[in-house]
Every structure is written in C-alpha cells, then in structure tokens.
Design a protein around this ligand. Structure first.
Ligand SMILES: Cc1cc2nc3c(=O)[nH]c(=O)nc-3n(C[C@H](O)[C@H](O)[C@H](O)COP(=O)(O)OP(=O)(O)OC[C@H]3O[C@@H](n4cnc5c(N)ncnc54)[C@H](O)[C@@H]3O)c2cc1C
Length: 575
C-alpha cells in the first residue's frame, strides 16, 4: 500500500476545505498541506452549486445580533449558540476577505454598496450574491488562490476510513482509494479536516452533487464520534420534477420564484397553500414542503406525481427577465416557466446534523477537525437559506487557523493502527469477495433506499414508519452486501464507488431514522405526525448519536442557552 505523509490533510474542496487550506497556509507557509478530494478541485461539491447567496449583516440597520436571532429562531432554539454567534460575527470578516483578498465580485447597488436580497426566515435583506450563480464565483476564486500556492492535491482520491492510533485516542491519518488506479493509499497527517459536506442523497428527490454520499459522517461515526441533530434533514419545496430517468429531477428551482409571488397548484391546477398557512407560498421551507407533501398524499398530483409552480400571472416577460437561468433550466426539460406550468416536488437539500465540534473546529478525537456541512450544531432544526455557504467558509477559515496552531503546539505524525487499516480494506473489498451474482444491479438497491427514505423517514414521520424503515434498511444492506460486482477491475470502477456510496448512505440513513424515532416532538425540519407539538422551548434538547460497543446509541442532550433564552432577544429595540 502506498503511504504518504503531510502536516495537514484536508478532506473535501468545497467552501470549507478550500478556506481551511488557504488559512492554514497563511498562518504557517512552511507547513505541508494536502487537499484530498473525491472529484476535481474546484469542480465538485455543493458550494459550487450555491445559487441564492451568502448571509451577512452588512447593511445599515442590520446587525449581527439580528442575524443571530434569526438563526436561533429559524433553528427553533436548537442551535449551539456559541457556534451560531461565531457564524454571524465572522461572516462579516469572511465576506470582506472574499472580496478584498480573494477577488470575488458580488452584485452591487448603484451607490456602490453590496446588494443584499431577501431570503425566507430573515428579518432583514442580507443575502449577498452574484446573480443566481454565487457559488461558482466563490469556488472559482478560492480554487485559483489554492492553485497559486504550494498546496498539495490528491484529486479523485476518496477517503474511506479515519485511522486512529492503536490506543484509539488520536487520529493518525486517513485511508484513501486513488480512484484512477483503484489503489489504497494511507495518508498520515498531524491534523485532518473533515469537510466532505454531508449531503442527503439517500432520498428519492435530492439536490446535492452526486459526489456527496455522507462518507465523512459515516467515517466519523465509525471512529466513535458523536453526531448531533441527525434527524434534521431540510427539504427544499421546489425541486424540478422532470421524470424518473434524468438527473435534473430533484434539482432546485430557486426560492426567489415563490418570493416573487409564484403560485403552487395541485394536479387539478388549484392553488392550495393559503389553506395551509397565512403566508401561503412565502412560508418557510419546512411548512411549504409539508403542505406540498400533504397535498400529494391526497393523490391530486401532476403526471409525474408532484405539483405545479405557476409564474405566468406575474407576466411572462418579467419572469423571463428576472429568472433567466431558471427559465432556461426548465426549457431544457420541456417546461415553460415564464408562461406555463412546471412540475415540482419537495427535494432533500441539506443536513443540519453532523459531527459535534468546538468553536475552533476541534472534535473529540485529537488531531481531527470538522467544518461545513459535515459539522452539526450551527443551524439546529432548520438552516436559513444563505447560512449554508456562510457556515462552510466561516468555519473552514477557523479550522485552517486552528490546525496550523495545533500542528505547531501538539502536532506529530502518529503511528496508525495497522489492524484498523486491514479491517477498513476488508470492508471496502467486500463486493469483490462476495460470490453471489447480483441481479438487477446497484440501481435496484439505490431505488429501494431512495423510496424507503422518502416514504418512511421523509417530510412526515411516525413511530410505525420509522420502525419499518429501520427493518427496511437492514434488508437493503443485506442485499447490498450479498451481491458481487461483475467488474473486478479497480481503475475507475464506478460500480465499486457506487457500492461504497450506498454503504455510507445506509449507515447514515440508519442514524437519521433512529434519531427521528428518539425525538418525540416536531421541530423545524423534523415533523412527527404522532407528536405534532413543538414541546416547551425551555426544555429543548438535541439528539446525540454515537456508535458504542453495543451498537448505535441515541441520547437527548439539553440545549445550553449561553446567550439568549426562549422568550428573550438580543435586539435592544425589541426588548
Ligand atoms: C443546489 C444547491 C443550492 C444551494 N444554494 C445555497 C445558497 O444559495 N446559499 C447557501 O448558503 N447555501 C446553499 N446551498 C448549501 C451549500 O452548498 C452548502 O451549505 C455548503 O456549500 C457546503 O460546503 P462544504 O464545504 O461543507 O461542502 P461541499 O461544498 O459540498 O464540498 C464537499 C467536498 O467533499 C468532497 N468529498 C465528498 N466525499 C469525499 C470523500 N469520501 N473523500 C474525499 N472528498 C470527499 C466532495 O467531492 C467536495 O469536494 C446549496 C446547496 C445546493 C445543493
């Protein structure tokens, strides 16, 4: 097995990974820093897909306290408040850094100030953007800056296991697969950042990029780390519904369509949202998704089983002008967004849950840091649109600084536990060792997982469904493990990587289902039909999932209100 060593290893090249690399390099240019990524640096992950923009309190009249209160109230009082505070305060620094040091151009007002648009759940227009392709601007500039520095790259390298020392008390490095050759590579490092970006791609309809399969969360779980808020999966109301066999299905039609006054219609072309919420289509993502799901369950659906979005009443010319990108995307799939109807469906978008971490991105495993969508606690029960990319860039930068300091103070190359490496290789080799021929291929396994998670662990949940889901996940995993891969060539064997993707997704789906079963109330993205009440906010608790000797354990942990308690506010004018 090839073995490499580096001072700092960063897993993932989204906003979190790239910012961490730049900050660590700036803190100590002599460090060897390596970014390892499943795809190509700058071309993969979800930060690149960010459309709407980046939340930051910049404008006169707005404040970090206001952004903080929106984040806490939007998160239904479950966020870890010190993390949320760090998010809102450092977002101000980070957006200046993005513009003035890294070269991003964001849209501006005629007076030269940065233009900020409205997003749901916010009391102020604070979303900075570059048209509706903000993520491309951010990731292109970050990638250029990384390319310009002496930062190592392992592209198309997939992390498969966090390898600890024999005693298990510190991280020694990461076992990877070089996807181009299929070889295993052990990368030893003094500090490692987990920034693989979560990604709820286990649902029938989902938005994240195909390279995201919860690998980081599955690796953290196997390394014994606690994950919090894993039941909190955000569904975006308007995923495009363009039929079964196209990757366009599930992709997002941006929130601004509803914001501008778009209507949602059922299969008989009647508007239904006013019957569910006084804010109708402009209610928050969780409420609109739930109403849509309820409407779909009544069976009054479109030909593809979803609902319609209608914009024509706003004037086709205006829609074509204001939503050019969305109109073109719909036209590619045969829909006329400006003048006709487009089929839509709620789509799994973001995981609020993730690895528990400190405000300097340390985890409980010495040498392992986490940032971005792999981390949990910043958003609580619901992420505000625009707080996702702020989270990954803010905490990516924090992690880079903290890892450089950690390497200087405590960093050492530790001896990896060879038995753990062997066990991880055996796990990855399983589909080559199986003898039974697979009938139907991995597509069937994926479809079974997608359908099970959508039907039983999706927008509406109850005890019986969650229990059935857990049994179903066991059956799907047994099926996955039993079948052999037809192609034994390791180089760019995409079926093998699909198998590994499914393995991670099943492991993490089980955590979502177990955490959802443990939370017997309804908060934000998590809705239990058998427990529809929110419960007392003062007694708020978050779930903690941990793999112990006896299996997966879920406990409820009290939320600490370190800055503000339910019923209070940090806003002087409101108090
Ligand atoms: C369509 C879409 C639109 C969005 N719009 C917005 C928006 O307008 N505003 C907002 O705030 N947020 C938005 N988000 C959310 C936002 O994209 C995420 O919150 C954020 O970008 C996540 O950053 P990250 O660095 O954690 O992960 P990502 O940017 O997803 O990067 C993860 C990286 O990890 C790599 N990786 C994965 N597995 C492995 C592995 N096993 N080994 C090595 N590398 C691995 C991936 O290849 C990728 O490079 C949107 C998301 C989507 C999908």
């Amino acid at each position: 097995m090839r073995e490499l060593s580096t001072d700092i290893l960063i897993l993932g090249s989204g906003g979190a990974g790239l910012f961490a690399a730049l900050h660590a390099h700036q803190a100590e240019p002599s460090l060897s820093i390596t970014v390892a990524v499943k795809g190509l640096l700058g071309k993969c992950g979800c930060t690149r897909m960010v459309q709407g923009g980046y939340n930051v309190a910049l404008a006169a009249g707005d404040s970090v306290e206001r952004h903080f209160m929106d984040t806490i109230e939007g998160g239904k009082w479950l966020p870890q408040q010190e993390l949320a505070w760090k998010l809102v305060t450092l977002a101000v620094e980070r957006i200046r850094e993005l513009e003035n040091e890294l070269g991003c151009f964001f849209d501006r007002n005629p007076d030269g100030t940065v233009h900020q648009k409205a997003f749901a759940g916010q009391s102020f227009d604070r979303t900075v953007h570059k048209g509706d392709l903000t993520g491309i601007e951010i990731v292109n500039r970050l990638a250029e800056q990384v390319w310009a520095r002496n930062i190592g790259r392992l592209e198309e390298h997939r992390a498969v296991e966090l390898v600890t020392t024999k005693s298990g008390d510190a991280l020694a490095g990461v076992l990877m697969i070089d996807m181009r050759s299929g070889e295993y590579v052990m990368v030893r490092a003094k500090a490692v950042l987990l920034a693989t970006g979560g990604g709820p791609t286990m649902y029938r309809y989902h938005t994240p990029s195909g390279d995201k399969s919860c690998d980081g969360l599955a690796m953290a779980l196997r390394a014994g780390l606690p994950l919090r808020d894993m039941e909190m999966v955000q569904f975006h109301p308007t995923g495009l519904l363009a039929g079964a066999h196209t990757r366009m299905t599930g992709t997002v039609l941006e929130e601004g369509l509803r914001g501008a006054g778009g209507f949602l219609l059922n299969g008989t072309k009647e508007r239904f949202m006013p019957g569910y919420d006084p804010k109708a289509e402009r209610a928050t993502r969780d409420l609109v998704s739930r109403a849509m799901f309820a409407e779909m369950r009544k069976g009054n659906t479109t030909p593809n089983g979803g609902l319609y979005i209608s914009m024509a009443h706003l004037g086709p010319e205006r829609v074509a002008r204001d939503f050019k990108g969305m109109v073109e995307r719909c036209a590619d799939c045969g829909f006329d967004l400006a003048g006709g109807l487009v089929e839509v469906v709620p789509t799994a978008h973001y995981m609020m849950g993730g690895v528990e971490f400190e405000a300097d991105c340390r985890t409980r495993l010495a040498g392992l840091f986490v940032a971005g969508e792999d981390s949990g606690g910043v958003h609580g029960a619901n992420r505000l649109g625009g707080n996702g990319v702020a989270n990954s860039t803010v905490f990516g930068g924090v992690a880079g600084d903290a890892m450089a300091a950690w390497v200087a103070a405590e960093g050492a190359l530790r001896e990896p536990d060879r038995a753990r490496i062997d066990a991880a290789v055996a796990r990855c080799e399983r589909p080559f060792a199986a003898t039974a021929a697979r009938h139907g291929g991995l597509e069937q396994v994926r479809e079974a997982l997608h359908n099970l998670m959508w039907d039983k662990v999706g927008i509406m949940r109850d005890a019986a469904g969650l229990c059935a889901a857990l049994a179903g996940l066991d059956a799907i995993e047994t099926d996955l493990d039993a079948g052999a891969l037809a192609d034994h060539n390791r180089a760019f064997n995409l079926s093998w990587h699909d198998w590994l993707n499914l393995k991670s997704l099943i492991e993490v789906s089980r955590v979502i289902a177990r955490a959802a079963a443990a939370r017997e109330d309804s908060r934000g993205a998590h809705f239990r039909e058998d427990f529809p009440e929110t419960g007392p906010l003062e007694a708020s608790a978050h779930t903690r999932a941990r793999l112990a000797a006896g299996g997966l354990e879920i406990t409820m942990q009290p939320v600490e209100f370190t800055r503000v308690r339910p019923g209070q506010t940090l806003l002087r004018d409101a108090a």
